[in-house]
Design a protein around this ligand. Structure first.
Ligand code: DX5
Ligand code: ZN
Length: 217
């Protein structure tokens, strides 16, 4: 079963509990949670207080995407805040192998995100240890950007790297996902699609999630 992960960055924070309930009742499998520090990316999103509300009320997998420098300083925090999957950026980790082992040691699934300019081959020596790879299909920092078409080739390349090395990593795509590119992304090898604006800015987010889910399953 392929996964839809609504990105809470695009939700109405004035009605956060209502938005969480919408995702709880929908066909989405995960909550995608974008943490931005204004240093690694040119935008600040949210941190602990919002994570606490999600931890309390969200009934599905919490897929946390850290767009922060020095993620090593916060791994324990996010474990305590209920992250099920913790994804760090390749570009933000000097000792990626150690970071991944620490995330796993904290009983979370370990993910690595790649910026659009970072080649898939960077993961050659670590792919076996990863539970998830997040291919950024926009430059991280903001919701509502256009999908970068080169992503399809990266997905195919990652899929073959995963198969060649017998890795169990899930391929997640993040940024500009909509009903135009969802099916093709799955055909190229993706298993999980993050969708922010396409879901939350639509007239009926629950229906949009079911439509996307039907397209990819
Ligand atoms: C971008 C974030 C994405 C973003 C996706 O930096 O990592 O998760 O919220 O939003 P959309 O689907 O609107 O591109
Ligand atoms: Zn994200």
């Amino acid at each position: 079963m392929n996964i839809i992960a609504p990105s809470m960055l695009a939700c109405d924070f004035g009605n956060l509990n209502r938005e969480i309930e919408m995702v709880n009742k929908s066909e989405a499998k995960w909550f995608h949670i974008d943490v931005m520090d204004g240093v690694f990316v040119p935008n600040i999103s949210f941190g602990t207080p919002i994570m606490n509300i999600l931890k309390k009320n969200a009934k599905k997998t919490l897929d946390v995407h850290l767009m922060i420098v020095n993620p090593d300083n916060y791994l324990e925090n996010f474990a305590e805040l209920g992250a099920d999957i913790l994804t760090v950026h390749f570009e933000a980790c000097t000792h990626l192998h150690r970071t991944i082992q620490r995330i796993k040691g904290l009983k979370m699934k370990a993910g690595v995100a790649l910026n659009p300019h970072t080649p898939i081959s960077s993961l050659k020596s670590i792919i076996k240890d990863l539970d998830l790879v997040c291919i950024m299909s926009v430059n991280p920092g903001f919701g509502g950007q256009s999908f970068i078409e080169e992503t399809y080739d990266k997905v195919k390349e990652l899929k073959s790297l995963i198969e060649n090395q017998n890795s169990k990593a899930i391929i997640e795509i993040d940024g500009g996902v909509n009903s135009q590119n969802a099916k093709k992304l799955i055909e190229c090898g993706a298993n999980a699609l993050v969708a922010g604006s396409f879901v939350f800015k639509s007239k009926n987010p629950t229906e949009t999630i079911s439509e996307l889910s039907l397209l990819i399953n």
